[in-house]
Design a protein around this ligand. Sequence first.
Ligand code: KIV
Length: 279
Amino acid sequence: MASDRSERPGKATVRKFVEMKRRGEPITVLTAYDFLFSRILGEEGVDILLVGDSLAQVALGYETTLPVTLDEMLHHARAVRRGAPDAFIVVDLPFLTYQVSPEDALRNAGRVMKEAGVQAVKLEGGDEKTCETVRALVQAGIPVMGHLGLRPQSVHALGGYRVQGRGKGEAERMREEAEALQAAGCFSLVLELVPASLAGAVSEALEIPTIGIGAGPRCDGQVLVLPDALGLNGGFTPRFLKRFADLEEEVRAAVRRYIEEVRERTYPGPEHSFEEGER
Ligand code: KIV
C-alpha cells in the first residue's frame, strides 16, 4: 500500500490548521528568510514559517515590498526549507506575479512549489479577480493563504500603512471578501491592521483560520515579522508590535566587544590558535 508521506506524524498539512481552529488551539506563525533562523523556528515548533515579501524591507533594505522579485523570493525560500526540512512553509507571491492573469499566477506559484519545495503560497486581496486566481491555484493542487486588511503590495493605492476596515461599508466589504476567499478554497487568511472587533467577527464567521497581525486577540493565530519580534528592526515601533527580545542591543554590544578585542590583540588568544602539530 502506498504510504502518504505528508501524513507522517509531525508533518503538518493544511487540514491540521482547520482542525486547530476547531479545537480552539492558537496557530503560531513567524516570518523566516534564511537558513539559521528557520532552523531555530522549526526546531522550536512554530506552526507555520512564512517567507513573507516583507523580506524586501527587512532583508533587502527596500522601502516597500514592491521591488522584490520571484527569483529573490525563491532564493530565500530554498534556504528556509533547508533550515527547516519538516516545517510547514508558506511563500508570498510577490507584486505582479499573480495579478496579471490566473495563468500567470499558476505558472509563478508552480515555480514556488517545485523549486522551493514548500507547502503553500500567499497572495493579497479578495476581489472577484483574486478569487478566480485562488480557484485556479487550488484546482491545480496549490494551497493558498489569503491576505486582507492592510495589503502592503497596494500601499500606494491605500494611502499608507493604515488600519483597514474602519466604517460600516469597508467592514462589510472585508467580511464579504473573507467569505469569498474561503469559498474560493483558501485554507487560511491573514488579517493585517484590522480593528479587533471586525477581525473577531470575521474569524467567527469563517471555518478556515484567520492569522492576525495588528488584528487583536480573537484571530485564530498570530503572525509577526521575525526581526520586528526580536527587536532587530530599530525604529519600527507600531502599537501592535511586542518585542520579545532586544537583539539589536545584544548584537551591537557583541560587535563592539569584538572590535575592542581585535584592536587590543586580546582576541585571538592561545586557546583560539594552533601550534605546529596541534589539531
Ligand atoms: O510579508 C509578510 O511578512 C507578511 C506578514 C506581515 C503577514 O505578509
